[in-house]
Design a protein. Structure first.
Length: 320
């Protein structure tokens, strides 16, 4: 066991305790947490800064407002309903179309049909805190349903893939692409069976994929190679991630973004406690990269310069 621990340290693998005690606690003032834990506040903050986010169609804060859900959804064929303070993707409902008849049915990403009454009941559960951090009362938000960029057609099953970037002191240090699978129910959630594909921060090209703890070369549902996908507008994605440090005041955070086929890059949400599976996806430890930022990153650099430095410092072929 001691030998394994030493080997993990040599490889720079960051553990949960070290992430919390060495990086999150010193870097993230708790007064800034509501800016990222509440997706509505995050969205408004990003809009004020001129950063692109999925359009907000409406929000529901009280049980009385639930009866207005049908009216709010009427103009939209596709939409997403999510808890404002949800965690890990729990409670999110993605509707991609409707079936009209005596009673309108809403078609989910999985193909399953649900009624308006079912959606209203689900929203009620959101308000009661069933999906929120700590089980606290919450709000429901209805927003634009992202249509992913066709570059991902061959490596995605049903849902919308997203890009996560870990940012430390304003410097993007590691990234991965999360790809929905049949096992994950079309969700880009690694714990539910999505694939995590490491990304070369210098080029924006995908590397190997990981399903659970197993390295995979092909998407299990499409059979297509995971490595070598060139992510569009990579420089813009990296700059957006870097800017989120100033946006939130957080020194250590995860930035989740999507690529819409028409609107381009959109910021989906921010996370003050991003998970560590990104290390498995990249085959690299975070600790060495975080330490390199502390030791060598330029002070008082703007977002563009920080991105340039990270791309040079952490290019996958010669990265740490």
């Amino acid at each position: 066991m001691i030998g394994l621990y030493r080997e993990l340290r040599r490889r720079g693998v960051l553990g949960l305790n070290a992430r919390n005690g060495t990086y999150i606690l010193p870097s993230n003032d708790r007064r800034h947490y509501p800016l990222v834990d509440d997706k509505l506040r995050t969205k408004r903050l990003a809009l004020e800064a001129g950063m692109p986010v999925p359009e907000l169609y409406g929000e529901i804060a009280t049980e009385r407002e639930i009866k207005r859900l049908g009216e709010m959804l009427e103009p939209h064929e596709a939409f997403v309903i999510k808890p404002a303070c949800g965690s890990g993707g729990d409670g999110i409902v993605v509707v991609q179309g409707r079936m009209y008849g005596r009673r309108t049915q809403f078609r989910q990403a999985s193909g399953a049909l649900v009624s308006l009454e079912t959606l209203q009941h689900h929203v009620s559960n959101m308000l009661n805190g069933q999906f929120s951090l700590g089980g606290h009362p919450d709000r429901a938000m209805i927003e634009y349903c992202v249509h992913f960029d066709p570059v991902f057609d061959d490596v995605c099953f049903q849902g919308v893939p997203d890009v996560r970037v870990i940012v430390y002191r304003g410097f993007p240090v590691m990234a991965m692409l999360r790809l929905p699978t049949r096992q994950s129910g079309g969700r880009a959630n690694l714990h539910q069976g999505a694939i995590g594909a490491g990304i070369d921060v210098a080029s924006g090209h995908t590397l190997r994929g990981v399903l659970g703890t197993e390295v995979v070369d092909q998407h299990p549902d499409t059979g297509r190679a995971i490595a070598g996908v060139a992510i569009p507008e990579w420089d813009f994605l990296m700059r957006s991630a870097a800017r989120c440090a100033e946006l939130t005041g957080l020194g250590y955070l995860g930035v989740d973004m999507v690529l819409d086929r028409e609107l381009g890059p959109l910021i989906l949400e921010l996370n003050a406690r991003p998970g560590l599976n990104i290390q498995i996806a990249n085959g690299r430890g975070l600790a060495l990269r975080l330490e390199h930022v502390e030791a060598a990153a330029p002070a008082d650099a703007d977002a563009e310069r920080r991105v340039q430095w990270s791309m040079e410092a952490f290019a996958h072929d010669g990265g740490r």
